[in-house]
Design a protein around this ligand. Structure first.
Ligand code: NDP
Length: 349
């Protein structure tokens, strides 16, 4: 599938350019010939983003012109209108994704929802007609699977009352709903696409990786004596970035959501894969009884998040991504091993 822009460089505003996924998106966009404006909460992070992408660029010439930065905060109006100047396309990836859930869910919901609306409103006001937004599979799969279905797909929406929907899941579900509502009611000419990744792994471009890669780090550190009886679907960060890019050149992607997923694994499978590739390392593969995890969850916020999912593993369909965007997903085994190799080469002992 062609990923080259058709005419002379289009400029794309990537919000949250300091993020794990966003750095991969910025890299793909630059290599595909686009110009990128990256938004950061502080320009102090600009060198970090440049340093992360530069070694992987096909061509580093003219980088100062092709990659520049602006300051934007999801919670503040300042700068959004100016940031859209000269921009053709908005890629909205910024959203808080913390390791543990806050006491007050509004700490996540407000920046996610208000930030999405700030981004879309400013883009619309500036006449930008194309938006790709990073949503999440948690906006799709935290509800009851409709009768007759064996996997969640893009027609499904998470149930805001589901006990498995945490504050982060609520923030992503409400932000994506707000984006589609805005597009329908206020910006019908704007073409919106959402990319809805499951848990994202794969080698980061630098050491500033986020919450999802920290899961692999946790396995490598053998922090937990036993594993919970649960699991997730996984996808590689390079595929997620590629989907953002392909959505731009695929007319059929307009107005659609796309689940990004290779396949689901139980935690025990993750442990076995890592143990097989790093036999000299202590990697836990033993599964804990559910009551033990519930107990640990009382004290450990990260563990507490998985308690509602004990005993189940969620399966999502990647048919649309394969059929419409032509994605051939990197096998999760490869993603996990390459993530672990990165972490071991970068200081995880
Ligand atoms: P990161 O935490 O690495 O990136 C999040 C980005 O959002 C950072 O650039 C962060 O800026 C920015 N951000 C957070 N809060 C604000 C705010 N108030 N104002 C401005 N910017 C803000 O996470 P990921 O790269 O993993 O996630 C990127 C996107 O992908 C998010 O929308 C996330 O919900 C989504 N996603 C991620 C998945 C995963 O498994 N990783 C799965 C599904 C969806 P700063 O660096 O300054 O904190």
């Amino acid at each position: 599938m062609a990923t080259e822009p058709k005419t002379a460089p289009q400029t794309i505003l990537v919000t949250g350019a300091s993020g794990y996924i966003a750095k991969h998106i910025v890299l793909k966009l630059l290599n595909a010939g686009y110009h990128v404006v990256g938004s950061l909460r502080s320009l102090n992070r600009a060198d970090e983003v440049r340093a992360a992408v530069t070694p992987h660029l096909d061509d580093t010439s003219g980088l100062d012109e092709r990659l520049r930065f602006v300051v934007l905060d999801l919670g503040r109006d300042d700068g959004w209108a100016d940031a859209m100047a000269g921009v053709d396309i908005l890629m909205h990836t910024a959203s808080p994704f913390p390791m543990t859930q806050p006491r007050n869910e509004d700490d996540l919901v407000r920046p996610a929802v208000d930030g999405a609306l700030r981004a879309l409103r400013a883009a619309h006001d500036a006449g930008i007609g194309r938006v790709v937004m990073t949503s999440s599979a948690v906006a799709i799969m935290e509800g009851t699977l409709p009768p007759g279905k064996t996997a969640y797909d893009e027609d499904d929406w998470s149930d805001l009352d589901s006990p498995t929907l945490n504050a982060y899941g609520k923030s992503k579900t409400l932000a994506e709903r707000a984006a589609w509502d805005f597009q329908r009611d206020r910006a019908p000419d704007m073409a919106l696409t959402t990319i809805n990744p499951v848990l994202v792994v794969g080698p980061p471009l630098d050491r500033h990786f986020g919450t999802s890669v920290a899961l692999v780090e946790r396995f490598l550190r053998a922090k937990d004596p036993m594993l919970p009886r649960t699991g997730f679907p996984f996808v590689d960060v390079r595929d997620v970035a590629e989907m953002h890019l392909r959505a731009l050149t695929c007319d059929d992607a307009r107005g659609k959501r796309f689940l990004a997923s290779d396949r689901a694994l139980w935690f025990a499978d993750v442990g076995q894969i890592l143990k097989a590739h790093f036999p000299d390392r202590k990697i836990v593969t033993r599964v804990a009884p559910n009551f033990v995890i519930r107990l640990v969850g009382l004290f450990d916020g990260a563990v507490r998040q998985i308690v509602p999912n004990l005993g189940r593993i969620t399966v999502v369909s990647n048919d649309r991504a394969k059929q419409v965007l032509g994605v051939e997903f990197i096998p999760v085994e490869q993603s996990l091993v390459e993530t672990a190799e990165f972490l071991l080469a970068n200081g995880v002992e």
